[in-house]
Design a protein around this ligand. Structure first.
Ligand code: SAM
Ligand code: SF4
Ligand code: F3S
Length: 445
């Protein structure tokens, strides 16, 4: 009988991609995926370390699993992801219920470890930065993802060392996968039914792979994917402003499939704070990228990430961020209060008063959310292109996304899944658009 694996994923899209690949690899040794977390032979927590009490949350979660299996056979308990990398041996010492701690660049070892160890209480830790070997291993295993919209990791790690961020420590140095392997995996995804591919990397636009003295960049990948006739949409995330090169910007005029929506984190609208953060770019450089893109296509919209109350951020600095938010009118963004991360340069800095930090978060979100809602309202009574992704659970409604990644919900038959169709928007809230299929404007898939 097949063994069952349950994988719980936290954090960014890269973790989501990794969880799928972990499943692709254990499938080869007879595992099937289960959604029933109470009846798994192997329980994987794929963790994120970016903010808050990430570490404590993982121990809490393991405690919960322990309770779930109190009267049954213990599952093989694996902690993967960025907390696993950061905490490594410590986790095994503190929580013996965990059998195996594995960092993001050692996932190629999971299958072997499971195969060689059917008994529990393994006490194994693998946290080497073995990125090349990992991708060599995964390149030999088919990507079975069969979603309409798929993720494809092209680049891992980060060399930028923003003072607030754990990623360079948890994901290791920048590494770009071979161009041909990425294209092969994209082909597999399209054959499986993907109509949208989002290229992923912690610094996706730093992608650089040299072969026969040609330097392949993110722009080369986008233009190669453009040739896939069945692929409708191309996206990429997350970018760093410093790597927003002209060849990538040019893609917005050359490519018809690259969506006009740019997620470009800035973190702060104050040059002083950007310097304190070690971001290595200025507000003016960011605005220059914005202007160049808007000149190519005025309908390009932006989203961003913001950190408020970074140590040293004055009221004036914060107001500069608010001015930037008002100027660019980001349509969808993430905003967080600075959270000190163990081991980073900013970890020991003096924190801004908690009440002031919260007030700043509320204020920035007020503007961000009002722009988001205004943008959503602007679609009402318009017919927009929607890539239909799936049928909604227990409903006769379909779920899809427009070019700006807004969720669109409408009545329809599942035969529309995988097609780009026109939906007339009738209503909206901050997060979603609601409408009906515009039969006068049906588009071919
Ligand atoms: N590489 C991307 C970039 O440079 O913009 C960001 C990747 S990071 C996984 C995603 C976001 O988490 C960051 O843009 C930042 O806003 C947020 N973040 C990272 N460290 C943080 C911290 N210590 N406190 C609060 N937010 C943080
Ligand atoms: Fe973190 Fe900065 Fe690297 Fe982004 S560029 S992953 S924020 S260190
Ligand atoms: Fe979290 Fe690691 Fe992604 S810290 S955001 S899972 S790179």
């Amino acid at each position: 009988m097949s063994k069952k694996i349950f994988i719980k994923t936290y954090g960014c899209q890269m973790n989501e991609y990794d969880s799928n690949r972990i499943f692709d690899s254990v499938k080869k040794i007879g595992f099937i995926k289960t959604d029933d977390q109470k009846n798994a032979d192997c329980y994987v927590l794929n963790t994120c370390h970016i903010r808050d009490k990430a570490k404590e949350k993982v121990y809490h979660e393991v405690g919960r699993v322990k309770k779930l299996y109190r009267d049954k056979d213990k599952p093989l308990m694996i902690v993967a992801g960025c907390v696993a990398q950061a905490e490594n041996q410590e986790m095994l010492k503190r929580e013996p219920y965990i059998d195996f701690v594995v960092g993001p660049q050692s996932y190629h070892k999971i299958t072997q470890i499971i195969k060689n160890n059917s008994k529990k209480n393994l006490n194994i830790e693998q946290t080497d930065f073995d990125t090349i070997e990992k991708f060599r291993y995964f390149d030999k295993i088919k990507n079975n993802d069969n979603k309409i919209s798929s993720f494809l990791t092209i680049q891992e790690g980060c060399d930028k060392f923003c003072h607030f961020c754990v990623v360079p420590y948890t994901r290791g140095p920048e590494y770009s996968r071979p161009f041909s392997k990425i294209i092969k995996e994209a082909e597999e995804l399209v054959k499986n039914g993907s109509r949208e591919i989002t290229l992923l990397g912690q610094n996706v636009n730093a992608y650089s792979y040299i072969n026969n003295s040609k330097n392949f960049k993110l722009s080369d990948l986008i233009l190669e994917l453009e040739k896939f006739s069945e692929l409708e949409r191309i996206r990429y995330t997350t970018s760093h402003p410093r790597d927003m090169s002209d060849d990538l910007i040019d893609c917005y005029s050359k490519s018809k499939k690259l969506m006009p929506f740019v997620h470009l984190p800035i973190q702060s609208g104050s040059n002083k704070v950007l310097k304190l953060m070690n971001r290595k770019h200025t507000v003016e450089e960011y605005l220059n990228i914005y202007d160049k893109l808007k000149k190519i296509n005025n309908s390009i919209e932006f989203s961003s990430d913001f950190i408020v109350a970074y140590p040293g951020e004055s009221e004036h600095d914060f107001e500069e961020t608010i001015s930037l938010v008002k100027k660019i009118k980001f349509i969808n963004s993430f905003s967080f209060i600075f959270s000190p991360r163990p081991g980073t340069r900013a970890a020991e800095l003096n924190l801004i008063d908690n009440e002031i930090s919260k007030e700043r978060l509320v204020k920035i979100q007020k503007y961000l959310f009002s722009h988001q809602l205004a943008m959503n309202k602007s679609f009402i009574n318009q017919s927009i292109d929607v890539l239909v992704e799936n049928k909604m659970h227990d409903q006769d409604k379909l779920f899809g996304r427009n070019k700006y990644l807004n969720s669109v919900i409408f009545k329809g038959d599942k035969k529309e899944i995988g097609k780009v169709i026109e939906v007339k928007i009738e209503n909206c809230n901050q997060n979603s658009l609601f409408g009906k299929i515009d039969n006068n404007n049906m588009k071919a898939a």
